[in-house]
Design a binder for this molecule. Structure first.
Ligand code: NDP
Length: 315
């Protein structure tokens, strides 16, 4: 049979390139979980994904109601779930004021972390039921949340502190819109959300790998300087960032190459190990990378899990 993979945010950038790379392998059907149905349909057509290799299904991660609806719709489709890829993200580096999800959580953490947290928790049951021997749950991470790297040390640095803002509901009314309880900073909120993504992957591994055999993984695909992620940045940044990454840091990777890397984490039998944060070296070979101190803090991962459960209504 065809294997089924749900990819969130497959309407552009890394998600779209991954959908294309998987479709090219032939035996994958990609459920493109996207907030803009028409954009996703057009995107799939524009990169030439054959009709029989994809289905677009509506998902807005900035609404927990929409996440639950997506799960219902997916189940009604009758397809088994073999792999889930949590890829979608927003980045608001120039926002002066916070914006909020339908439930009133600061938008970057609400979308990138809490929406995916609920989605992954609900779909875990579906993954468990799949008979595919290499079932996987992948959460896209980033180097920007890794303060043990050069790029991760560009201010403002990620820092979840003691999670007091998150515990307070991240709503900017009674509590701070930032996880650590500080002043709003859009770039930091994104980096914090990526640390949450990497901690969540490890906590999933801790709790469920042995029992379910599911492989849990995260990755840093490289700096894909051309994607829509940087759409809200100032024009000069958008002009200079790709050549800077290409020629100065040499961390640049094309969307196509990054898509192949994520598709590898989805489908390569060699990348079966669970609890790993994958990265690629200059020759595009994968290796198990180290996470920063905060992004591998087991106590914080547990605390983040517990608070997130409460916020999304699972506890
Ligand atoms: P893009 O902006 O190109 O893609 C992000 C995707 O997320 C889009 O499809 C977007 O939908 C979707 N999305 C945003 N908000 C929501 C929402 N509320 N509900 C559903 N989908 C949503 O960025 P990238 O491809 O660069 O980012 C993909 C992943 O890669 C992210 O997790 C990012 O953190 C990670 N990453 C990116 C790097 C880079 O250099 N670009 C480096 C390291 C990691 P729409 O098309 O409708 O806007």
């Amino acid at each position: 049979r065809q294997f089924n993979v749900v990819v969130t945010g497959a309407s552009s950038g890394l998600g779209l390139a991954t959908a294309k790379a998987l479709a090219e392998l032939g035996n994958w059907h990609v459920i493109m979980a996207c907030r803009n149905f028409l954009k996703a349909e057009k995107a799939a057509k524009s990169v030439g994904i054959p009709k029989e290799n994809y289905t677009v299904m509506h998902l807005d991660l900035a609404s927990l109601e929409s996440v639950r609806q997506f799960v219902d719709n997916f189940r009604r489709s009758g397809r088994p779930l073999d792999v889930l890829v949590c890829n979608a993200a927003i980045y608001q580096p120039t926002a002066k004021e916070p914006s909020f999800t339908a439930e009133g959580f600061e938008l970057s953490v609400g979308t990138n972390h809490l929406g995916h947290f609920l989605l992954a928790r609900l779909l875990l049951d579906d993954l468990k039921q799949s008979d595919y021997p290499m079932k996987r749950l992948i959460i896209v991470g980033s180097i920007t949340g890794n303060t043990n790297t050069l790029a991760g040390n560009v201010p403002p640095k990620a820092n979840l502190g003691d999670l007091r803002g998150l515990a307070g509901g991240l709503n900017g009314v009674g509590s701070s819109p930032m996880i650590d309880g500080g002043e709003f900073d859009g770039a930091k909120a994104y980096k914090d959300s990526k640390v949450c993504n990497m901690l969540t992957m490890q906590e999933f591994h801790q709790r469920y790998h042995e029992e379910t055999g599911i492989t849990f993984a995260s990755l840093y695909p490289g700096c894909i300087a051309t994607t829509g992620l940087f759409r809200e940045h100032v024009p000069l940044f958008r002009l200079l960032f790709p050549p800077f990454q290409k020629y100065i840091t040499k961390g640049y990777v094309s969307e196509e190459e990054a898509g192949k890397r994520l598709a590898q984490v989805v489908s390569d039998p060699g990348l079966e190990k669970s609890g790993v944060y994958w990265s690629w070296n200059k020759n595009s070979s994968s290796f198990e990378n180290q996470l920063s101190k905060e992004a591998s803090d087991t106590e914080k991962a547990r605390k983040l899990w517990d608070i997130s459960e409460k916020l999304v209504g699972l506890a």
